[in-house]
Design a protein around this ligand. Structure first.
Ligand code: PXL
Length: 275
C-alpha cells in the first residue's frame, strides 16, 4: 500500500482541503496521512464568508513527526498553509525526503473570498515550496499572482505564466484555466520546461465545483504515488475531477460540492494496476 500525505487546511463542509484530499486518496486506493495547517470556517450569517484559523507551527511539527515516524511517504501534496512559519516548516520536512513526489497546490485565493492568505505567504510559497515541486497546480488567479503577470485571459497568457513558474523551480506546471478562462472547454495547460500540453475536457455548467482544485491536486498526488508518469497522472486526475464536478452534490444552500467518489462509483473503476 502506497503512503500519501496531505499538508493542508480543514474544510469542515467536506468539499475542499484536507477532507477532499483524504477522500480522493481513498478512491485511488492509497493510504492517506494528514498534517493540518489551518482550519477554514464559513459563516452562513455573513454571506458564507471564510475565516482562516492558523495551526500553531509547533503543533504542525508534532503532526509531521507522527507522519514520518514510519518513514517516507511515496507522494505528498500541500494545500492551504495558513502562514509563513508553516510553509517554512513543511518545506524543511519535504527537504528531508528527496525521493518523495511533491505536488504543490499553491492555495492563495479561494472562491469564497478574494485573498485569504497574506501576501507574505505568497512570497513564502515562491521561496520555499515552488522549488520543491515536481508538479504545481495554480488556478488562473494564482498563476497570475505567482508569475506577477496579473490577469490571465488566454491560453497564450497561461503559457507565459507557466514559463515564469517553471523558472521559479517547479519541474511541471499545470495552469488550470477552469471556468475562469471563459472558453467553451475546460482548458488546462501542462508545461515541463520544454513542451506545452493543452488538456481539454467538457466544461460543465454547474455551481457544484467547490473542492475541485484540491481534488485535482490530490488525484495527481495519488497517481504519482502509484507510479504514473506526471502526464498520465495529470490526465487521469482531470478525468477524475471532471466526474466529481459532473456528479456534484448539494449539501447546503451556500455552495455546491464536488463528489469525490463519482469517478469510481458512477463512471469508472480505478484498478490497482491502473496505467
Ligand atoms: O479551495 C481552496 C481551499 C483550500 N483549502 C481549504 C479550503 C478551501 C476553500 O474553501 O477551505 C481548507
Amino acid at each position: 500500500m502506497k503512503k500519501v500525505l496531505t499538508i493542508a487546511g480543514s474544510d469542515s463542509t467536506g468539499g475542499a482541503g484536507l477532507q477532499a484530499d483524504l477522500k480522493t486518496f481513498e478512491e485511488y486506493g492509497v493510504f492517506g496521512f494528514s498534517s493540518l495547517t489551518s482550519v477554514v470556517t464559513m459563516d452562513p450569517a455573513s454571506g458564507w464568508s471564510h475565516e482562516v484559523t492558523e495551526m500553531p507551527v509547533d503543533l504542525l511539527e508534532k503532526q509531521l513527526i507522527s507522519v514520518f515516524a514510519g518513514g517516507p511517504v511515496a507522494a505528498l501534496k500541500t494545500g492551504m498553509m495558513g502562514n509563513e512559519a508553516n510553509i517554512a516548516l513543511a518545506s524543511e520536512y519535504i527537504g528531508k525526503y528527496p525521493e518523495t513526489k511533491v505536488v504543490i497546490d499553491p492555495v492563495i485565493a479561494c472562491k469564497g473570498t478574494a485573498q485569504i492568505l497574506q501576501p507574505k505567504s505568497v512570497a513564502a510559497i515562491k521561496e520555499y515550496l515552488l522549488p520543491q515541486a515536481l508538479v504545481t497546480t495554480p488556478n488562473l488567479v494564482e498563476a497570475g499572482i505567482l508569475s506577477e503577470l496579473g490577469d490571465l485571459t488566454s491560453v497564450a497568457d497561461m503559457k507565459k505564466a507557466a514559463r515564469s513558474i517553471f523558472q521559479q523551480g517547479a519541474k511541471h506546471v499545470v495552469v488550470k484555466g477552469g471556468h475562469r478562462l471563459g472558453s467553451e472547454k475546460a482548458v488546462d495547460l501542462l508545461y515541463d520546461g520544454q513542451d506545452f500540453i493543452v488538456l481539454e475536457n467538457e466544461l460543465y455548467q454547474t455551481d457544484r465545483n467547490h473542492g475541485a482544485g484540491c481534488t485535482f491536486a490530490a488525484a495527481i498526488t495519488a497517481g504519482l504515488a502509484k507510479g504514473l508518469s506526471v502526464t498520465a497522472a495529470v490526465k487521469l486526475a482531470k478525468d477524475f475531477v471532471a466526474a466529481a464536478i459532473k456528479n456534484g452534490v448539494e449539501v447546503n444552500p451556500y455552495v455546491g460540492h464536488v463528489w469525490h467518489g463519482a469517478y469510481n462509483a458512477a463512471e469508472h473503476r480505478i484498478t490497482p494496476e491502473h496505467q
